[in-house]
Design a protein around this ligand. Sequence first.
Ligand SMILES: C[S@@+](CC[C@H](N)C(=O)[O-])C[C@H]1O[C@@H](n2cnc3c(N)ncnc32)[C@H](O)[C@@H]1O
Length: 340
Amino acid sequence: MSSSERFQPHAATAMASMFDDVSGRYDLLNRVMTLGQDRAWREAMWGAVPADAHIVLDLCTGSGVSLAGLRRPGRVVLGVDVSFAMLEVARDTQGGPGWAPRVACADAFHLPLRDGSVDAVTVAFGARNLRPRPAALVEIARVLRPGGTLSVLEASAPAPGPLHGPHAFWVRHVIPLAGRFSPDPSAYRYLSESIFEFGAGPEFERDLAGAGLEVAARRSFLFGATRLWVARRGPAVGQYRAAAPAIVRNARSAGAALPAPASPPATEADLWRMAQAALAGALTLALGWALRMWINVNAHLPLTTLQRIMGWALLLAGLGLFATRCLWLLLRISAGARGR
Ligand SMILES: C[S@@+](CC[C@H](N)C(=O)[O-])C[C@H]1O[C@@H](n2cnc3c(N)ncnc32)[C@H](O)[C@@H]1O
């Protein structure tokens, strides 16, 4: 399957084949490339789904990592994806005692759902793969009931600003490098290119508006590397809302804080934080050791002034960053323990 085929409109077969190939290691690599933050971002997406949404569709559900977090008493959660192998992973990993995920293999452009039959749609890291995007959003709007909510979590392109350089470097070079550990490295080159193609946000918001979806809230994570949009489908033509139910917030409250995310079970979240804190601590120690070496030897190295400055900057910034992260994680773990 050539890489360019994946960028063609309605490339469901190419998409299914690519994600079938990477399904085995997808979740692990996803976690590494999001620096372990994807769980927190998903929590924000789950929290953006109105509590009384009865039928929720997780589109491009992949291995179903978002399904369990969407569960609520009395709610029906359906995961749809075009890759059968990803759905098999969902079936094998997401079930639990008394619960199995409901999944269906289907193309996002031809959803097997009636008009207005869904209260909320979530799409995590999937919107980028849907071309042409305006048509995909029209199909989502079709299945959403008037006033229904769409929450989209997506990796976005570097926005202009001071972090444009490091963010672009991460997307252009680090992601394809990490993909070398995948059975299909070209899938990660695709990921990198598709992030740039997706844009930094304004383009997506234009397409949302074109499909009749009004942005109600937006959030940015990791300095804009990932963004969350919450949009509402407007009332259908000829229909008027007699009263605004709690789930339909005024679109003019753009930028309003999102509802509090549902908390994951404390032990799982804490274990994950401990693992991250241990990693950040180990990196802090390694960078501290490297800084000591650097202080001793850098004067004797044949480096230009710029290279010397870059060396100092990288070591000091890295040390500061990982030390702060380690401390922050330890504070969160101890705050969680006090709260229980
Ligand atoms: C990057 S994965 C995201 C999976 C999951 N939502 C997550 O958060 O990890 C993108 C998913 O979109 C699916 N996909 C791509 N094109 C699709 C289409 N036309 N219809 C349905 N699913 C599609 C892929 O099969 C893949 O599982």
